[in-house]
Design a protein around this ligand. Structure first.
Ligand SMILES: [Zn+2]
Length: 479
């Protein structure tokens, strides 16, 4: 029997607010443990939560860019469970009346577009962070808890069981991150835990519309591990089913080292959370006008930017995609393009040598001055420097921020050209290499390339090979 894979994702991402969802504590990452806390986010008796307006605006923004249907009335519930990262022993979340319902995100796989459907987008508070003495909760002697994170506004996005393989899940997450970054709702930093993803995965006979028994996979710490973990899990389940076994409904933990999933605990049903309406908060009522205002103020989103880059600058698909995914690189390109009209050449340099030297030096594109970059290209275009010199200057410009024009003047790096400058070098090389000159005279064309190389070396790479070739041949034929 043939099986098909059915995957649904549950994504949590921290919204980019300055203060927490129900109190004024700071959300700054990396502070001394348990210093960004107050009676409200610690749930001390007598404290009362109050909405952070900015968090609600950002949640609505995220829902809108995901084509989700923002509800004018939603409600907060208490999700009860006992775990040390949860100081109140309940989490304020949304249950049967979420902030937004439905929606989709369009992804591109091998040139085809597909809408991955969403079930809901809701707002909740973040839990604290457990720091285990060992590598993971399994096998640790003890754990420490840091409540700085507790109460940070968290958006939960639940997809429909609409994803068919690990790769598609990764593409979905990449596009989700991109669109949310552009919207300004979240910084989506997976390494700081501000974007996390769990997955439900099951198999069913091909063509069936009934869902099979699912496993929930957790602890995937990068988009790459999401892809690997889901592909592993699909294979594991397929082997069990093919052998006539049955899948156990359980939560499984992705082991990044061993590249496999292991059972963590059997999954509790949602009724175990004993949801009930949060008595300390009124239902959230949104004005139609607020939604319209947020909608009107949405920035340009990745798909639109990709198309515009193609149209406005004549970029090809891969260039437009790069300058969209790498937003700051794209911003750099656009700023430089304002003052330099050979867009193709500009794009080539930005994605080629600029990116290369940035990686080499560990610098970011924000540290490079677009004006200086254009100066460099202009020197090259005018023939004042050649390509090897341009690359050296680019590297130095990135490292030290020195203007290419000034470097050319100071170091005398300008191009060497014309008989006056080149002839002395050519004559020297001819004197020093009588054998090669003789070979060329006897018709061995390779010998000229050798001599050109010698002249270029003597010029410090500042001469043009074509010109040197011509002067050399003339000089030898004149004798
Ligand atoms: Zn607080």
């Amino acid at each position: 029997m043939k099986y098909e894979v059915v995957i649904g994702l549950e994504i949590h991402l921290e919204l980019q607010t300055c203060s927490k969802l129900f109190c004024s504590c700071s959300t700054t990452f990396g502070k001394e443990p348990n210093t960004n806390c107050c009676p409200i986010c610690l749930g001390l008796p007598g404290s009362l939560p109050a909405f952070n307006r900015r968090a609600i605006e950002l949640a609505v923004t995220a829902a809108l860019v995901l084509n989700s249907n923002v509800q004018l009335k939603s409600r907060f519930d208490r999700k009860n469970y006992f775990y040390p990262d949860l100081p109140k022993a309940y989490q304020i979340s949304q249950y049967d009346q979420p902030l937004a319902k439905g929606g989709y995100l369009r992804i591109e796989t091998d040139g085809n577009y597909r809408n991955i459907k969403l079930e809901r987008v809701h707002l909740e508070e973040e839990a604290g962070k457990l720091i285990h003495s060992g590598e993971s909760i399994i096998g640790s002697d003890y754990s420490l808890v840091d409540y700085n994170r507790a109460g940070i506004p968290l958006l939960e996005i639940v997809t429909a069981p609409d994803i068919t393989c690990g790769r598609e899940a990764r593409l979905f997450l990449e596009d989700l991150r991109s669109i949310l970054l552009y919207s300004g709702a979240s910084d989506c930093r997976m390494e700081e835990g501000s974007l996390r993803c769990d997955a439900n995965i099951s198999l069913r006979p091909s063509g069936s519309d009934k869902l099979g028994t699912k496993a929930e996979v957790k602890n995937m710490n990068s988009f790459r591990s999401v892809e690997l973990a889901l592909n592993f899990e699909a294979r594991r389940q397929a082997e069990i089913l093919v052998a006539g076994g049955t899948i156990t409904q359980e939560t499984r933990h992705w082991d990044e080292e061993k590249k496999l999933t292991i059972p963590l605990r059997s999954k509790e049903g949602s009724s175990d959370y004993r949801y009930f309406p949060e008595p300390d908060l009124l239902p959230l009522i949104l004005e139609d006008n607020l939604i319209k205002e947020i909608s009107a103020a949405l920035p340009e989103l990745p798909a639109a930017r990709r198309e515009r880059l193609k149209e406005q600058f004549g970029l090809d698909s891969s260039e437009a995609a790069l300058f969209t995914v790498n937003r700051s690189l794209g911003d750099f390109f656009e700023e430089a393009a304002g003052k330099y009209s050979d867009y193709k050449n500009l794009a080539k340099w930005v994605q080629g040598d600029l990116l290369y030297y940035l990686r080499e030096s560990g610098k970011t594109v924000e540290e490079v001055d677009p004006q200086q970059f254009i100066e460099l290209l202009a020197l090259l275009d005018a023939g004042e420097i050649n390509r090897p010199v341009a690359k050296d200057l680019l590297n130095e410009m990135i490292l030290k921020g020195t203007s290419p024009q000034i470097m050319v003047q100071k170091k005398g790096l300008g191009r060497i050209s014309g008989d006056e400058q080149l002839l002395p070098l050519v004559e020297k090389v001819i004197d020093e290499n009588p054998g090669a000159v003789e070979n060329y005279r006897q018709g061995k064309d390779k010998a000229i390339a050798f001599l050109v190389g010698r002249v270029l070396a003597r010029s410090g790479g500042r001469a043009d090979p074509g010109e040197v070739n011509q002067i050399l041949k003339e000089k030898i034929s004149r004798g």
